[in-house]
Design a protein around this ligand. Structure first.
Ligand code: WT7
Length: 638
């Protein structure tokens, strides 16, 4: 494949950016020409941010899997599409060529059809990082079923909430998943979730760990048995379903400032164009290169930069089942050496945690195949940026600091590797098609350079979310109502003297813990479910490795035996309700919380206390009972 729209110089970027603003419809139409359509679009863009209503490539018909698989067969059929490295380094990797991947996707698409899954049905996928996860995702897309992948760290309750919200009729899982030296019993977790999920008709279980699982007659099916049935049926060729440009491709649940995660909806054509365009340009992918994105496919980064972006570009994508520190902290570097990885895309939290092991694990690893490094998920601190540059890139690889969100579908603000200037800790300039602006708290635009404010986007881009599943009003409320006619990102941001952007972190009640997005209200709800809890307030605080840690202030009614056991009970409750990723790092039991006279918890004060501020807590004059603050400060957990 070659990419006529790959920008190769700063001047080319500037010209593309200019055109994308002056004439967005022509700009995107020219890019969309390079994809496979069953029918071309009638209208490039229709939009207003009031409802919001955004439609790209209306009237166009396509299937994203034809763009990811079929169209590469002639030239790349025997080339590796997906390289899989297992958790256990001794277990043997797998390589699927474009030909094999298409075959397996069609086989499994037949399995879905045999079990009554139709276009528009919702399919929930709860799996570890194995090729079958990618196959399941693509098989859904092949037949037009809407996939909703749930990160394998979420609890049964979280799965149930998401299944109910989407009314999913099918769940795809595996017996278990390997993660470091642990085995996670995925099917058992799904079984627990099923209690409240009458919409689910079938569960398909892939055999991976051969952990004992219960298989319920009439509901649960082994993946392998179903594949054998398809084999018996003969030719597995399955024509890709014809999808409208704006048909739903997937739902991905993400946390916001309310207690309940939202189902972010992405549609077929715009998402495809955006994932591909951003992949090709940000990483400057060249044919034949190996792209290693370390994210989990349970998050948007995996959707866009392990699966849809790379595959639509005919790239070789590397999928890793394990964790960076198993069997030791040299695992990433080992993988880079083993497969001659060209592009490494990871998260600041991973870099910081590996930094902690020193240069030892890096020494002796042959990593001269590396050409581009990337980071995503949270602001990268200067120390981590320089360590990455020096010890991994050996000062030879541009680092792309990519800012984006589940809602944006793909990278929005980033340097283009080796093509546009980079600046440590800065995401730098917007991609063509992205029109960012900073506003003050009243929504007034802050113009000029050397300023900071709240980051908004004023014009639609093809990869943006279209709605939140089943509740469009919620989408409007969350993203389009804070500031009139603008998409509000929830992030604070500064723009330097050269107009480069640096994202400074969330300004809403959303935490970013090890690159995982967690709502404070969600954690509070979970804590409050414990029978002894009267009330709680959760805030973030700076954490050396995770970026942010979770600090919970909890009013508790009579410890069960003692404080430390009770603390464990509360943690257990959060693990049950959300998952271990949302467990507070610190729980401080308090007698009261700082509240205004109208009863609102003053989080600003709690945040200061959690951060370790001892003197300057800001204005406390509106507090109902200033004495509460003293007591909390005394009991602070350092
Ligand atoms: C939030 C989105 C997009 C994939 C991973 C997370 C933060 C993301 C950066 C970056 C500073 C970043 C923002 C954003 N974020 N990338 N390069 N620099 N902050 O997706 O779970 O939807 O979280 O992650 O705060 O709003 P997500």
């Amino acid at each position: 494949m070659h990419y006529p729209y790959q920008l190769k110089s700063f001047e080319a970027y500037q010209a593309a950016y200019e055109k994308s603003v002056q004439d967005p419809e022509t700009f995107w139409a020219e890019i969309a020409e390079h994809f496979l359509w069953k029918k071309k679009w009638d209208k490039v863009l229709e939009w207003n941010f009031k409802e919001p209503r955004v439609k790209w490539f209306q009237g166009g018909k396509l299937n994203i899997t034809e763009n990811c698989l079929d169209r590469h067969q002639a030239a790349l059929g025997d080339q590796p599409a997906l390289i899989w490295e297992p958790n256990d380094p001794e277990a043997g990797h797998r390589i699927l060529t474009y030909g094999e991947l298409l075959f397996k996707v069609m086989q499994f698409a037949n399995v879905l059809r045999n079990n009554g899954v139709k276009k528009g049905d919702r399919v929930c996928i709860y799996m570890g990082m194995i090729p079958e996860l990618a196959i399941a995702i693509l098989a859904c897309a092949r037949i037009g079923a809407i996939h909703s992948v749930i990160f394998a760290g979420f609890s049964a309750q979280s799965i149930a909430d998401r299944i109910q919200d989407a009314q999913a009729s099918m769940v795809i899982t595996s017996d278990g998943a390997y993660r470091g030296n642990k085995i996670i019993p995925l099917k058992a977790v799904v079984d627990d979730a099923m209690v409240g999920c009458p919409s689910v008709k079938n569960i398909i279980v892939y055999t991976h760990t051969r952990l004992p699982v219960s298989m319920i007659k009439g509901r649960d099916l082994w993946w392998e048995d179903e594949i054998r049935k398809v084999e018996k049926q003969g030719n597995p060729f399955l024509q890709a379903e014809e999808m409208d440009a704006e048909d739903l491709l997937f739902i991905l649940y993400t946390s916001g400032s309310t207690g309940k995660p939202k189902g972010v909806v992405h549609t077929c054509a715009g998402y495809m164009v955006w994932a591909n365009y951003s992949f090709v340009n940000v990483f400057q992918y060249q044919p034949g290169q190996v792209h290693f994105c370390t994210a989990d496919a349970g998050w948007i980064t995996g959707h866009s930069y392990i699966i849809y972006g790379p595959l639509s570009a005919g790239a070789t994508t590397l999928m890793f089942e394990g964790i960076p520190t198993y069997p030791d902290a040299g695992r990433f570097w080992e993988i880079i050496q083993k497969f001659g990885v060209d592009i490494l895309y990871t998260a600041p939290t991973a870099i910081r945690s590996l930094m902690g092991f020193g240069e030892g694990p890096v020494h002796g690893k042959k990593m001269d195949s590396l050409k581009v490094l990337g980071t995503v998920g949270e602001p990268i601190n200067s120390e981590a940026w320089h360590w990455y540059d020096q010890h991994i890139g050996k000062h030879q690889c541009p680092i792309v600091d990519t800012w984006w969100q589940t809602e944006t579908g793909g990278v929005m603000i980033s340097n283009l590797a080796g093509v546009t200037p980079s600046k440590p800790t800065y995401a730098t300039y917007p991609l063509p098609g992205v029109q960012p602006l900073l506003v003050d708290e009243h929504g007034r635009e802050i113009e000029g350079n050397g300023v900071s404010g709240n980051l908004c986007i004023r014009f639609p881009w093809p990869g943006m979310l279209r709605t939140t599943y089943g509740d469009h009003e919620r989408c409007r409320q969350a993203y389009f109502s804070t500031y009139a006619d603008l998409y509000f990102t929830g992030d604070g941001c500064l723009r330097d003297e050269e107009g480069m952007y640096r994202i400074t972190g969330r300004v809403d009640d959303v935490l970013n813990v090890s690159g995982h997005r967690i709502g404070t209200a969600e954690v509070e709800n979970a804590i409050n479910m414990h029978s002894g809890v009267v009330e709680s307030a959760v805030v973030g605080y700076p954490h050396d490795i995770k970026g942010q840690g979770i600090y919970a202030f909890v009013i508790f009614n009579g410890f069960h035996e003692n404080e430390s056991l009770t603390r464990q009970d509360v943690l257990q409750t959060v693990t049950r309700v959300i998952g271990a990723i949302a467990k507070p790092d610190k729980i401080q039991f308090v007698a009261g919380l700082p509240k205004t006279r109208s009863g609102k918890i003053m989080r600003r004060i709690l945040r200061k206390i959690a951060e370790g501020e001892t003197t300057n807590l800001g204005d406390t004059s509106t507090l109902l009972d200033p004495g509460v603050v003293e007591a909390i400060m005394e009991g602070r957990i350092s």
